[in-house]
Design a protein around this ligand. Structure first.
Ligand code: SF4
Length: 494
């Protein structure tokens, strides 16, 4: 890190292309670096992860190393140095800020850590809800600026793709700034309010990692148990004998018990029911209504709207009908009158219990935020003078990639394009620079011997005990995360 003096009071930060001149006592444009009495300092503490949740200190006291195995299967006192708070080097032909080694069960391992500057990055968001948030390709806006779009829905969830280089740098300055700010908040597990679609069909959603979405001011509670057809299949036996027909209202596939294969196998007779929708296969209907935030992700609040006239050949006066949504939150019970018109009636206890059972089988609705970014040529150069060798080493399972200690999914194909759940990372893992781009931690861990083979900056390797100090921030390892240094992560252990 160069501390080049521009004038007696200011020093230059060279950690990103902005190259701030920072006066004594002031901070740079990204709030990450400051001038403390002429020294350029990274304001957030370097974060290390303590494996097994044991206290890290005293570290290497009494001449004992972390691998003095005490008989426990899980090793204590094994710190993993993350890139959170590590700092960035720019341009990246310089070695990464920390290249740290330690011996793990007889093997010398090294972790190269850096806070990467990602212009090519974004978040993929999964929102567990049946409610219609927007059509595929609808624009997602924050403060009026486009920051992404709706992508293909997944089973029980709506998906958004936000950020990316076109919004960060390809639009107006304001669009880039607001996109960067929204990504930063989402990645740091904060809430962001966004508007999806156009004025005639727009939805407001508040998204926060790990929390239920708030859709048009209402907090979502449940993720559907399945589509309408699946719900019929799952709960058919609950209904037989208590009601003549059941309709599970769903924007995707509305199910009808008497026509469905499940009903046929349980000898449910035809009821003459008519559904206003496109029949797919027996008992399964598409497009019964418009998408919306009502029953089962449709725009209806009155379920009878999806019914046509009953066929008098099969329907009878007094016939009982249950209509229920895919989360069991909405339900209504009807009995046919002498004109074969459904009339609302008090729902019998057994049927109410079946709606409750559907709701009980739904998982809580939650927003998931996955950071996705590509470790480009320059970032890789901070690891090795021969960047493509790092890519090959990752693909060969000789190098383990983590972000803030969390295992990163590395996409197949070229480059090192990673995806990671922000909830698996320490809080405050992300930063930004005003270029604009997101700053995200990334670590590459491998054997020291493999690091040498791929042309690593061997002279820059430091022992872990020389890096960890009282000033480092220590966080416990997440239970769902592998230890990045565990031998089982690597091909050579297999
Ligand atoms: S924006 Fe931050 S990282 Fe970039 S030069 Fe300024 S202080 Fe340094």
């Amino acid at each position: 890190m160069a501390n080049e003096t521009a004038n007696p009071e200011k020093i230059r930060c060279d950690a990103c292309p902005v190259m701030c001149y920072i006066a004594d006592g002031k901070i740079g444009a990204c709030d990450r670096y400051a001038n403390h009495g002429g020294d350029l300092v990274r304001l957030d503490a370097l974060t290390i992860i303590e494996s097994s949740g044991q206290k890290l200190v005293p570290f290497l006291k009494d001449g004992k190393g972390p691998d003095d195995w005490d008989g426990n299967i899980v090793q204590g006192n094994r710190p993993f140095v993350t890139a959170v708070g590590a700092g960035t080097t720019y341009p990246d032909y310089k070695p990464a800020p920390f290249i740290v080694s330690q011996e793990i069960q007889g093997v010398d391992m090294v972790t190269v850590v850096t806070e990467g500057i990602f212009s090519y990055c974004g978040v993929k968001i999964k929102i567990d809800t049946d409610r219609h948030l927007g059509h595929e390709r609808d624009v997602v806006r924050v403060n009026g600026e486009p920051i992404g779009h709706v992508m293909t829905s997944e089973y029980g969830s709506k998906m958004l793709s936000l950020g990316g280089v076109e919004h960060l740098t390809g639009g107006t300055k304001k669009e880039g700034r607001i996109t960067c700010d929204a990504l930063l908040k989402l990645c740091n597990q904060e809430a962001v309010e966004m508007v999806i679609g156009e004025p005639e069909h727009e939805t407001t959603v508040v998204v926060q990692a790990g929390k239920a979405p708030i859709i048009n001011g209402v907090e979502e509670k449940l993720m559907r148990v399945g589509c309408g057809s699946a719900t019929i299949g799952m709960f058919a036996t609950q209904w037989v004998g208590h009601v003549e027909d059941v309709v599970v209202v769903d924007d995707h596939i509305t199910g009808v018990l008497s026509e469905h294969q499940a009903g046929k196998l349980l000898d449910v007779p035809a009821t003459g029911i008519k559904i206003n929708g496109r029949r797919s296969t027996p008992g399964r209907y598409f497009q019964v209504a418009e998408p919306g935030t009502g029953w089962g992700g449709t725009d209806i609040e009155d379920p009878l709207k999806i019914l046509g006239d009953f066929n008098p050949k099969f329907a009878k006066d007094g016939m009982r009908l249950l209509m229920v949504s895919t989360t069991g939150e909405q339900y209504a019970y009807f009995e046919l009158d002498e004109t074969l018109t459904p009339q609302p009636a008090e729902i019998p206890e057994k049927l109410k219990a079946s709606a409750d059972l559907i709701a009980e089988n739904c998982e809580p609705s939650v927003c998931s935020v996955l950071f996705m970014g590509g470790a480009g040529g320059s970032l890789r150069a901070g690891v090795t003078e021969n960047p493509v060798k790092l890519t090959k080493s990752v693909k060969d399972s000789l190098t383990f990639v983590s972000c803030g200690g969390a295992e990163a999914y590395v996409w197949p194909g070229g480059g090192i394009t990673v995806m990671v759940d922000v909830l698996d990372m320490p809080t405050g893992s992300f930063g930004y620079v005003p270029t604009p781009a997101l700053v995200a931690p990334i670590e590459f861990t491998m054997r020291v011997s493999d690091y040498g083979t791929l042309g690593g900056h061997m002279d820059e390797i430091r022992l872990v005990q020389d890096v960890v100090s009282d000033g480092t921030r220590k966080v416990a390892q997440f239970d769902n995360q592998p230890d990045p240094m565990a031998h089982t992560n690597y091909r050579w252990s297999k």
